[in-house]
Design a protein around this ligand. Structure first.
Ligand code: FNR
Length: 394
């Protein structure tokens, strides 16, 4: 992909945009409406955790080895028995049509083209059915649940996910409501989100029934129905551990035992609880620093959690990954898989489907090249020995 881009320049073809995350962020800001920009870029509070996520990566440095035959290297790995191109997936991101009208369908299409897993958010602006069709029969797709306080609605969402070939359920536990994000609050984003049609909810048979019971016609009163849907998703009422066995059994019953994952784990205690409950995987994540300002860096949480439960559960990671070296560092610290959020959001905002493809192909090329020049042949080479870690120095 690097060579392809060099050649394009030689031919005089305009190269695609610069994938330096800082430059992409600037470009995305120019492209997006004020509300779209605030939704994508805002963090909780003073962005302390957002910054901590990045700083944690600077405290670990890679130690390359030279003159190793890396000519047959491979970035491939497996996730829940699926062979994928790299240990990299698309994190669930809500309301993609804010960034580009092509929305979730375009993103999920690119994911399957690249043979990377795609995760659809409950807050999606495209229906489960349309996303599945775009992701195609060979796509590996997960469904991320914001669990409503309406069990019948939850069952309906899980059933649709199962019927449409979603391979795992990922429950997000850190966002019963959106964190205190100054920009979001100041720009009245709650009202703004409704304008993008909460299609995933509005196409749900149980949710439609609820609308009608409240005197709302979901096809006509779209704003009222979308507001009601947002209230089902970011309802502000916490669930507790007691509910998890019900959700696991329900999902396993519907899906015939497909994996159940909890996303948003940051403490060793919570990770242990997931193991005790028999959850198949966890995503160590602080939601890109958007929920608890001042919370620990996700990479620091990862280290502790892997030490405690890394042998007993499939540990995944996100929050703050901006390039291939970050992917390698997270894997070296024991994550088996990494999810990407903001990088592909910037790509989508800048250039729709082509933008997402460009960002993710660039990241894959970055990983492949890094492995080639640093002496790594496969993901099994990423371990603590390839890191120099100094927690005080960054
Ligand atoms: C998110 N994230 C998120 N998570 C989730 O479970 N459901 C969702 O709908 C969303 N929506 C969402 C929107 C935006 C704009 C952002 C930035 C994040 C969190 C996401 O899945 C993931 O945890 C982080 O984005 C990972 O961090 P990076 O890669 O963005 O630094």
């Amino acid at each position: 992909y690097q060579r392809e881009n060099f050649l394009k320049q030689n031919e005089g073809t305009t190269p695609l945009f610069n994938t330096d995350p800082r430059k992409m962020e600037e470009r995305a800001k120019e492209k997006l409406s004020e509300g779209g920009w605030y939704y994508a870029s805002s963090n909780a509070g003073m962005s302390n955790t957002h910054l901590a996520n990045r700083q944690a990566f600077y405290r670990h440095r890679l130690i390359p080895n030279q003159l190793i035959d890396t000519n047959n290297r491979s970035t491939t790995t497996t996730i829940f028995d699926h062979e994928v191109s790299a240990p990299i997936g698309f994190a669930p991101i809500g309301i993609n049509k804010i960034y580009h009208p092509a929305g979730e369908a375009a993103v999920s299409k690119v994911a399957s083209e690249l043979n990377l897993p795609y995760c659809l958010s409950t807050a999606g602006s495209t229906s489960i059915e349309k996303v599945a069709a775009a992701n195609g029969p060979s796509g590996i797709r997960f469904f991320q649940l914001y669990m409503p306080h309406d069990d019948e609605l939850t069952v309906s969402l899980l059933t649709r996910a199962w019927e449409n070939g979603f391979d795992a359920l990922i429950l997000t536990t850190d966002t019963w409501q959106l964190g205190w994000r100054h920009d979001d609050v100041a720009s009245s984003n709650y009202a703004f989100y409704r304008g993008f049609g909460a299609d995933l909810g509005l196409t749900d048979p149980v949710f439609r029934k609820r609308c009608v019971a409240d005197g709302i016609d979901p096809d006509v009163d779209v704003v009222a129905a979308s507001t009601k849907w947002i209230d089902s998703v970011w309802h502000g009422r916490a669930w507790s551990w007691e509910k998890i066995p019900w959700l696991m059994e329900t999902w396993r019953g519907i899906s015939g035992g497909r994996p159940f994952v909890i996303k948003g784990i940051q403490s060793v205690g919570d990770a242990r609880r997931c193991v005790e409950l028999g959850v198949e995987g966890i995503v160590v994540s602080n939601h890109a620093g958007r929920q608890v300002d001042g919370a620990v860096a996700s990479l620091d949480a990862l280290e502790r959690i892997v030490e405690a439960v890394g042998e007993s559960i499939y540990v995944m990671f996100d929050s703050g990954v901006r390039g291939a070296s970050d992917v390698v560092k997270a894997l070296a610290l024991g994550a088996r898989f990494v999810f990407i959020g903001r990088l592909w959001i910037w790509g989508l905002s800048i250039q729709g489907e082509d933008g997402v493809r460009h960002v993710m192909k660039s990241l894959l090329a970055d990983l492949d090249i890094l492995m080639g020049v640093a002496g790594f042949n496969g993901v099994e080479d990423f371990n603590r020995d390839i890191l120099e870690s100094d927690p005080k120095n960054y």
